[in-house]
Design a binder for this molecule. Sequence first.
Ligand code: DQA
Length: 144
Amino acid sequence: MKILVLNGPNLNMLGLREPGIYGSQTYDDLVAFVQQSAQALGMQVDIRQSNHEGELVTCIQQARGTADAIVINPAAYTHTSVAILDALLAVNLPAVEVHLSDVHSREDFRRMSYCARACQHVIAGQGFDGYRTAMAWLKKNRPE
Ligand code: DQA
């Protein structure tokens, strides 16, 4: 099973950015964690990050035909981007939305997600483990 793991803006700043919320591990640590988790689950993973909405849309479009499912942390675009929602709806692949922090216990605006409308499952507040949980969920719930 091939998974696209897609990370949105400012996630490349992990380790530096608001460590009280996002922890002290870096983006490279996250990449290593996702790759190890995929290997342990017997999955192939393509992990990408972009600060640009259009690039994230293009990555989602390219997943059609190259990936079986998507794990996405759209970061701030979660709460603003109809374009990312539409891209997820267009490719119609199984998708899980992940957030490192517990978006439900933060500012009100973080509670609303456009992208979640196109995702089968949402995981928030588990830190890096959320990505592994998302991949395991997609494996378990893989369509026949
Ligand atoms: C985030 C939560 C978002 O609200 C925020 O804009 C991010 C990161 C998370 O992983 O907790 O950039 O998606």
